[in-house]
Design a protein around this ligand. Structure first.
Ligand code: 3PG
Length: 305
């Protein structure tokens, strides 16, 4: 059977090589589409039984075209790019590869933080992270890795996550917080790790930002949709001390960069998971999951149950 890897932002070549081996050892043929358009994906998927993507959009048009498709694996954590209802309606199993790229995202969060608080290494005096309080908004795989690294910097770390027991956080040296308001009130720096869902879209804006202590920095390596961008712009106006870091540029990035060049730091393209290691981990996991699903219906990590 044919398995399509369709990635607008390609995996490292070493990851693709490993994925090809897994696919061929499973008795399948790899079809590789890198930096393609949606139309390219639609044409390529027509005779494929498996599909591996990253943040690439997989919607009704794709499912309608993919008459032989049985499984889609999002090589990564967030699957808001995949229309789960359409997948289910077309009888397609959708899985993600949770945790596989989490360390890469966490390292980028800390790297961007250092870059911002050291004024982009421009020769002026910056500030340190040691003894500052970092609030982790959602303590999943990425949040936990951020906490681990932040503790190495000597930061105090607290986290909010209704799905994680206090004991788990305490065992990792993290103070559990039980309300959003408290998390933002306590944390000079907040790092967002919530998925984009109907509940979280536009949920972080001026109201939460204005609760943060002096010198507030919000870091978003999650999804741009979770930010209320109008509220973000208002927060910049209202608080000259507020700074924003995003690995997922807001739509109003150009305006913010022009008005507040020293108070924002944006990556040009989503770079959190873009390391050889993360590509290998997530890519190989995805290839193995597709092959296992086609062999015997493997569906651990299915997200459209
Ligand atoms: C994820 O959800 O796994 C990350 O946001 C990485 O996304 P990417 O594979 O598009 O880089």
């Amino acid at each position: 059977m044919k398995i399509l890897i369709a990635t607008e932002k390609p995996f490292a070549p070493v990851a693709v090589k490993g994925m090809k081996e897994v696919i061929e050892q499973g008795g399948h043929e790899l079809v590789l589409l890198e930096k393609g358009t949606k139309a390219d994906m639609i044409a390529a998927v027509a005779d494929c039984a498996g599909l591996i993507v990253r943040s690439d959009k997989v919607d009704k048009e794709v499912f309608d075209a993919a008459k032989q498709l049985k499984v889609v694996v999002r090589a990564g954590a967030g699957y808001d790019n995949i229309d789960l209802a359409e997948a289910t309606a077309h009888g397609v199993c959708v899985m993600n590869t949770p945790g596989q790229n989490a360390n890469a995202v966490a390292e980028l969060v800390m790297g961007m933080l250092v870059t911002l608080v050291r004024n982009r290494y421009n020769g002026t005096s910056g500030t340190e992270l040691k003894d500052k309080t970092l609030g982790i908004h959602a303590f999943g795989a990425v949040g936990r890795n951020v906490a681990r690294i932040a503790k190495g910097f000597g930061m105090k770390v607290c986290a909010l996550d209704p799905w994680v027991k206090d004991e788990v956080m305490i065992a990792e040296g993290v103070d559990p917080v039980h309300s959003l308001e408290d998390l933002y009130k306590m944390s000079q720096i907040v790092s967002l790790h919530i998925p984009a869902t109907d509940e979280t879209r536009g949920s972080v804006g001026k109201g939460l930002i204005e609760l943060m202590p002096k010198g507030a920095i919000l870091v978003n390596a999650a999804r741009k949709e979770v930010i209320d961008e109008a509220g973000l712009a208002e927060a910049f106006e209202a608080r000259p001390d507020f700074r924003y870091i995003a690995d997922v540029k807001p739509d109003n990035a150009a305006e913010l960069e022009e008005k507040y060049p020293e108070r924002v730091l944006f990556s040009p393209k989503k770079m959190g998971a873009q390391t050889a290691e993360a590509n290998i981990n997530a890519g190989l996991a995805a290839a193995n999951q597709v092959v296992a699903h086609l062999k015997d219906g493997f569906n651990r990590f299915q997200v459209n149950k």
